[in-house]
Design a protein around this ligand. Structure first.
Ligand code: IPD
Ligand code: CA
Ligand code: CA
Length: 270
């Protein structure tokens, strides 16, 4: 039995995610073989990434002709209906994928005039499908999701994204990390921002922060967390994480103290 009746919109998104997910899972199997061969696997991974995006776009376009797109690889594609925008990351966790780590996902969301209507994050290796529709709750496969109930920062497990070579202000990030590690039970850098946010929605993480993400990394996750009873904001104390990409998220109790802690440590640093 389904925990909730699926809407036509969800069916469209699920079909696209499962089709692209099958391809990605197959390609992931190949990457493991390439690691031990002399060939560089990175070209192969970009091909898999592009193929995933092509499949998702074709499926979504077929079901909802005219809707617009914001895609990581293909950029902005304005259709006849500029108000409806699919926001797509065809492979989140590329570095994991490249290193044969199965922690990666497809992330897609639908926005209408900037408002998030639906979001889906799919890890095809574990067959974990996280999804949410505005006002209807958040789910993992057929199970309803709630953020964690933890209220003590000292017991909290916090996810983050650590900047890497050529990306971000490393010294500033270390201030945020330093301030957080003083206070919490643990910090995780799992390597796929969309899944980090899905984990907050699922109560596996109590909070999350990262500087400089893109809309396709976070759109689906933001809706999932809100529909699971959590909160999402901007690292500088604002509410619009989608625009800035400097995101802090948390369960109902820890969102505020985590946000304050990060703000006191310098926020986004911008
Ligand atoms: C990356 C992942 C990673 C985050 C990076 C993103 P990609 O996305 O979400 O966790 O730290 O900032 O760019 O490149 O694997 O789609
Ligand atoms: Ca991404
Ligand atoms: Ca990506």
């Amino acid at each position: 039995m389904r925990a909730t009746a699926h809407s036509a919109l969800f069916t469209v998104m699920e079909r696209a995610a499962r089709k692209a997910g099958r391809q990605l899972a197959r390609d992931f199997g190949e990457v493991e073989n390439l690691q031990v061969s002399v060939k560089s696997p990175s070209d192969f991974v970009s091909t898999a990434d592009l193929a995933s995006e092509r499949t998702i776009r074709a499926e979504l376009e077929r079901a909802r002709p005219g809707f617009s797109f914001l895609m990581e690889e293909g950029g902005v594609v304005t259709g006849k209906d500029p108000d409806h925008v699919w926001i797509v990351d065809p492979l989140d966790g590329t570095t994991n994928f490249l290193h044969s780590d199965p922690h990666f996902a497809i992330s897609m969301a639908l926005a209408h005039k900037g408002e998030l209507l639906a979001g889906l994050i799919y890890n095809p290796v574990l067959d974990e499908l996280y999804w949410a529709e505005k006002g209807k709750g958040a789910f993992l496969n057929n199970r309803r999701l709630r953020v964690s109930g933890r209220r003590d920062m000292g017991e909290a497990l916090i996810g983050t994204g650590i900047p890497f070579r050529g990306r971000g202000d490393h010294a500033h990030y270390l201030k945020l990390l330093g301030a957080t590690m003083e206070k919490v039970a643990g910090i995780r850098r799992a390597g796929a921002a969309a899944l980090d946010l899905a984990y907050v929605a699922a109560g596996r993480l109590d909070g999350f922060f990262e500087i400089g993400l893109n809309k396709w990394d976070i759109a689906a996750g933001i809706l999932l967390i809100r529909e699971a009873g959590g909160f999402v904001g901007d690292l500088d104390g604002g509410t619009d994480a989608m625009e800035s990409g400097n995101i802090v998220a948390g369960n109902a109790k820890l969102f505020e103290p985590l946000g304050k802690l990060l703000l006191a440590a310098g926020g986004s640093g911008r």
